[in-house]
Write a protein that binds this ligand. Structure first.
Ligand SMILES: Cc1cc2nc3c(=O)[nH]c(=O)nc-3n(C[C@H](O)[C@H](O)[C@H](O)COP(=O)(O)OP(=O)(O)OC[C@H]3O[C@@H](n4cnc5c(N)ncnc54)[C@H](O)[C@@H]3O)c2cc1C
Length: 67
């Protein structure tokens, strides 16, 4: 499947990652309007609970690799 992500923020990057984990054959392209290496100067904090939730989602049948 050809997939286009508008925006390379956390949501777009994680969505692209999940799609590749689900099927490495997916053709995923991320379109980011800002120049490579540019940053807005703030961060995203991924706490342990969010990382655990993401890992559980990745292991859900049909979402990630299940590994
Ligand atoms: C000042 C500030 C401080 C913050 N501090 C924290 C913090 O300390 N910890 C924390 O967890 N969260 C913080 N946040 C929140 C966090 O930044 C957001 O929750 C997170 O970035 C949202 O991710 P997103 O992928 O949904 O959107 P975004 O991060 O907004 O990503 C969207 C991307 O899409 C791109 N884009 C938009 N339109 C187009 C287009 N038409 N074509 C191509 N590209 C496009 C944008 O350039 C952007 O890179 C902060 C937010 C702000 C504003």
């Amino acid at each position: 499947m050809k997939i286009a992500c508008a925006g390379g923020g956390p949501a777009g990057l994680y969505f692209a990652l999940l799609m590749k984990l689900r099927d490495p054959g997916h053709d995923v392209t991320i379109f980011e309007r800002n120049a490579a290496g540019s940053a807005n100067g703030w961060g995203v904090t991924f706490g342990d609970d969010l990382l655990a939730a993401g890992e559980a989602l990745r292991k859900r049948p049909g979402v990630g690799t299940g590994n």
